[in-house]
Design a protein around this ligand. Structure first.
Ligand code: URA
Length: 289
């Protein structure tokens, strides 16, 4: 299908497809090549190597390529969400937060990250807010984004089975992610996105005060432990991490279930980590209650 004889519906579905594969930002109001800003007419003629396009920039502006509703998904008329992160006032507000409910509200009104533009839902947490085991993943995938609940897709189903293998169910744990909005196309969150949202996950941990954190995958383990070491070196060991609470919290990094789906031969390592978790639970009376 060439660009200039596509129907409006086809153009909209092409745009959504581009979002799916991770093109989450438009740099200019009209399509252009990265280095050189060109008008629509020139763009289409370059694409097709012909000058027969009757689409002028004026036509396109008058008869928008997108329906009003789908346009709102790209630019809802709200102030543009950028990647500025929490500003000084927002940081103060974050410090003053006293409950998980308030933290959720703070994220809902946070405008400092562009991931919000492309996500359908904020994915805050699942499981039992009183659980002593906190599980922290990386970022929501497609299903999680659609429903607004972490770990409900294929990786989540594997996580449920992993927990079951040591006699735990999802509601004996509290589950969240480092990034609460889905990165388009399920790409790995950028270092910038992780840094912008780190104050929120640290606050989440301080409010939740778990006895132990199971950190799933490299992004989660590195962010929580504040290190650059890879997950293969971090996993399999108990780490004690200070979060400014009365006592340090035990962090157990393990392999991410999405990685295990792609590399099932690694499941033996994840199982060894789960056995470590089980031993820790059995040895710590408070976790058994
Ligand atoms: N992977 C994650 O890290 N988190 C989810 O919620 C789902 C998949």
């Amino acid at each position: 299908m060439s660009a200039h004889n596509a129907t409006k519906t086809e153009l909209i579905s092409q745009l959504f497809w581009q979002m799916e594969i991770g093109a989450d930002e438009s740099l200019f109001a009209t399509p252009c090549f990265k280095e050189k800003k060109i008008g629509l007419k020139e763009y289409f003629s370059l694409l097709e190597n012909t000058n027969k396009s009757d689409l002028t920039t004026k036509n396109v502006e008058e008869d928008s390529l997108l329906s009003k509703e789908s346009y709102q998904r790209f630019d809802s008329g709200k102030p543009k969400i950028d990647n500025s992160g929490p500003d000084v006032n927002e940081k103060k507000e974050l410090e003053a937060i006293n409950s998980l409910k308030e933290l959720r509200l703070a994220l809902e009104s946070f405008e400092g990250i562009s991931l919000k533009n492309t996500a359908t839902n904020l994915v805050f947490s699942d499981g039992n807010p009183n659980a002593k085991i906190m599980i922290v993943g990386e970022a929501p995938g497609k299903e999680e984004d659609r429903i607004g609940v972490p770990f409900v897709g294929q990786a989540g189903q594997l996580l449920d089975r992993m927990l079951k293998s040591i006699g735990l169910s999802r509601d004996q744990t509290y589950i969240t992610n480092i990034i609460p909005w889905r990165p388009p196309g399920n790409r790995t969150p950028s270092q910038e996105e992780v840094s912008l949202l780190k104050p929120f996950i640290l606050k989440h941990i301080q409010l939740k005060k778990p006895e132990i954190i199971l950190a799933l995958g490299g992004v989660s383990a590195k962010t929580i432990l504040d290190v650059q070491t890879g997950i293969l070196k971090l996993r399999g060991k108990i780490h004690n991490k200070n979060f400014g609470l009365e006592k340090p919290i035990v962090v157990l990094p393990t392999l991410h279930p999405a990685y295990l789906l792609r590399a099932p031969a690694q499941k033996k390592f994840a199982f060894a980590d789960l056995v470590l978790l089980k031993r820790f639970i059995l040895e710590n009376e408070t976790l058994n209650k």
